[in-house]
Structure formats: structure tokens, C-alpha cells
Design a binder for this molecule. Sequence first.
Ligand code: PEP
Ligand code: MG
Length: 582
Amino acid sequence: MTETTLAGLPASPGVAAGVARLLDVVVDAGAPPVPAAAREAETSRALSALGAAAIALNEIAAELARQGKAADAEIVSTGSLMAADPGLTAAVRAAVTDDGASAGAAILRATDAYAAALAALDDPTLRLRSDDVRSLGRRAARLAAGRANGRRDPNAGAQEDGILVATDLGPADIADLGAGIRAVALAAGGTTAHAAIVARSLGVPMVVAVGEQLLHAVEEGAHLVVDGDAGSVTLAPDPATLRRADTASSARRRAREQTLAESSLAAKTPDGREIRVLANVASAAELDVALPAGADGVGLLRTELAFLDAKDWPTQEQHQWALAPTLARLGGMTATVRLLDFGGDKTPPFLAGIDLRGIGLLLTAPDALASQARALAAVAGEADLRVLLPMVEDPEQVEIVRALFSAVTGVKPVLGAMIETQTAVERVDEIAAVADFLSIGTNDLTHSILSTDRFAPGETAAHHPRVLAAIDTIAHTAGARERLLEVCGEAASNPIAMPLLLGLGVDELSVGAARVGAVRHWVRSLDYARVRELSATAAGLDSAAAVADLVQPTSGLLAEVGDAPAERVNGGVGVVAVGRQA
Ligand code: PEP
Ligand code: MG
């Protein structure tokens, strides 16, 4: 067979080579029905497999809890509760007694129907549970098929690295991968599903949504390369592809070890400029990567990502459910939570057709803003809470949010305004006058300044001189108004743009969880006086390419440390991320 590459979506970064381990139990659709006399015994077999699967899930949850992964443990243990759901057990029983389905087939049929019913519900938290039910079903079906306790053999793949290949996975499957599994390739699945979040937190490369062709093309034991950065799966890789994969995964392992070893060092240049490096997250799982790498807290929590399929504005309870696991782990640390940034490519079904974006859109639904404010006040706990307003273009927006937040919570919020458009730059002094701090969203700002489309294919450089000039204006205003200045767009972890941001005087960089260690390392290797000179010169050049040539000798020294960019969506130097990030 010649080398073939199948395209999917990148769900967890990293590259790994290994042999395929197929997960799904294949139920023989043409098997004869179980004879009537044997159906009672077959039903017991199915129900005890479900019970045993629940016990196995509880064991996995307990292991996760022992490792301090409380949020993951909670997700996994919910799956075990579902095994006892009377509706589910009745459906399993009916499939065997009425239709003569085998134990495995009955379990898969009942759990698929239950999952489909959950997926159709209005409640986003319940909809997420549908993955967990399918995962429970696959585990119980494996047990019914006689595989010991439904968990993978821990020695499987120990001699040869395994690549788990399946239709879809629940978070428990990922947490229970076994020592030999190096990567995951899924025919279905989404980049923001629980399983992807858990894979990222565990550092397991994963590609999802490859399509049914994955299951048809791959046989047990076949050699594969999974590229979780590019989002591809290579079948029958040739020796050169295998060598590249090996080199990439060893470099990654060494880099991760180095990042952890340096996590307690300050992000300070040798000539004394210290800044804070924080993490961009959408869930608690990313803290497992960011905090050990030395993150000074969270600089951007994208709250809207949990509600992209919502049928209505999230309620206070839904916000609390989504926020609590993250905020609970940030006691004493900065927790910058962005108010819902719906609109653009982040438009849930109930807002379809609406043109507004960010805070402008949220302010059309003051009750929705009040629900999020109350939820934040309720779950902030010991975290040092800062509230970030997306897409601010008018100082009045900050004032309205401040008044509403204080009125409904009785708490005076620390409010930051995101500067992400040309209009915001033009009004930055008025905005800074009423905000407590500023945060530059370079992803949107770059496109607004250069009049390009953020979601069109191709690359747009945040280090373009016109963008740098805008950032310089913002930095001067922040300085004059004595406001802290953060950058939370992709530019903060881009090797060309990041030295220039440091030189322009930003106080904080907030970067993808997996980039925290690299950026802290970079700061320690840069000369502040030199990057100040470079950024002054760069703003006067006439193209992004000229800026890249100017900075390259400096940024070329920035070692690739830590994981590949968790948030990089379209790759390459100076690239501004597109699309959604989990
Ligand atoms: C940005 O625009 O730079 C930003 C951080 O916001 P988002 O990527 O979520 O639009
Ligand atoms: Mg933005």
C-alpha cells in the first residue's frame, strides 16, 4: 500500500507514529436472534455488563480525582450514574426480550438511542452528556463481548506504540488510554467535545472528524502517523514520514520536560524587564497544562465556547456549571473572565442572522448579562477576578456594564476593555478613561486594521507595521492613563510579534495553555533594550515581510519550547488564528 493521508480536524496537538488499535466492538448485524429460552440469561449478561462498566468508570474517576483532576473525574463519574438510569436499563431489556438482540447489540442500541435523545435537548449541559452515554455503551459492549473489565489491556501496545482508532470517544476512554497509546484518531467527534479537552490536558495528540473512511481504511495493527497539529492521519507512512514523526515527538517530549523544569523561573529579561504570562483557556482541563508550566493565572477565559450550540441565552446556573471548575482552581491567582463574545463565527443557533458582536450584542439582552454577572459573583471564590468586555467600541458600554454588574451583584467589578477594532483604537483614550485595564485582541484587531477577513483562508500578519502602529497608540494611552495592558491574541505567542509586543511595553501576555512555558522561556532570552529599539523601527517599515526580516535575527533565537501551539489553527509564522478554539 502506498502512503495515503486522510484529513480531519486537529483536536489535540502533537505528532505520533504507531500501530492501529481499533476500539469499537463490531456487532454482527446478520447474527440470528437469541433463542427465546436464552433471552433471560442474555438480559442478565447485558445488565451485568452495564453494571460492571459503571464500576470501571468509577475506578477511573477515582484515579483522576487522586491525580487532582477533579473536573475530569466529575465528567467520568457522571457516565457511571447513567448506567443505572431506569429508562436505559428498560431499553436494554426490551431489545433482548422483544427482538432477541445479543447483549452487546442491545447495549449499543439502547445507549445510542439515549444519546440521540440527549443530543436533541435544548439544555447544552445535557447535550454534552450524549458523548458520555455512547462511551458507557461502548465500554459495556466490550464487557459483554468478554473483554476483561471493559478497560484496555494495560500491556496492549507496550512493545509497539498504539494509535487508538474509533468512531468517537467519551472522556473516560481518553483518561483510560493505557500506557501504550500515543495518539487518537476518530472518524467522528468535535474539537470542543469533552474528549478533546481531556486529550489536550493529557498531552495526547488527537485528530477528529476524519470520516467513516478512517474505519474502512485502517486495520488492526496497521502503521499510522497521527498529526494533531495539522489534523491528519497518514496510512502506510513511508520511512521519511516515520522519521519526521519520531523527531517531532522526541523534540516535544524534551521540550515539555524543559518547560516543567523552568516553571518557577520569573518571566524576566536579563536586563530586568519582568512581565506576566497568563493562559487563554475555555475549560478547567487546560489549567493542567498551563499551571505546571508557570502561568500567572488566566488572561482570557472564553466563556462563549461552552454555549455555541445554545438555543437561548445561558442561565445563571448554566454559567455557574461551566465556570465553577476553572475558578475553583485559581484561588489567589488572576482569573480574567470574558463576558459572552457571541457573533461572527461564534453565533449560536438562537442568534442566527444577527449582525452584532461581543459586548454590543450582549447589551441588547441585559437579563443575559445580569445572569452572567451573578454567576461570576457566585463562583469567583478566592480567585482574583477581572471581567473582560469583548469588542468594546464605545466607553458607554463599559459604564453600562459597570453599573449593571454592581447593581445585580453588589460587587464593584474590575473591568477590562478589549481593543479589537479600528474604531476602538480611535477611541482608546475615552475607553481607557473608564476601564480598569485594556486587553488587545490581536486576532480581530489585525483584520480590522488591514481590512481583511479573519475567516478567509490565508495568513494575515499581526506584525504588519500598521497593526504595530495601532498597538503603539494603545500602549501609549495605557501608559498615560496608568492602565495595565495585556495582549491576549495569537500574536502574544508568535515568535515574530511577541518580541515587538514586549518592546512596545505590554505588561502581560496571555497565550494558549500549551504555549505558556515557551513564552516565559522566550522572555528570559530577550534583551529589553534591544526589542524596544526593534519595535520603534518596525512600526516605521512598510510591510509585514520587512518587519519579519528585521526581527528574525532576534526571534530566530527563540527556542521551540513546550507543546506546539494549542490554538494555532492555520499555522505558520505571524499567523493570526482563525476559527474557534477550545
Ligand atoms: C482576539 O481577537 O485576539 C481574541 C483574543 O479574541 P477571540 O480570538 O476569541 O476573538
Ligand atoms: Mg476577538
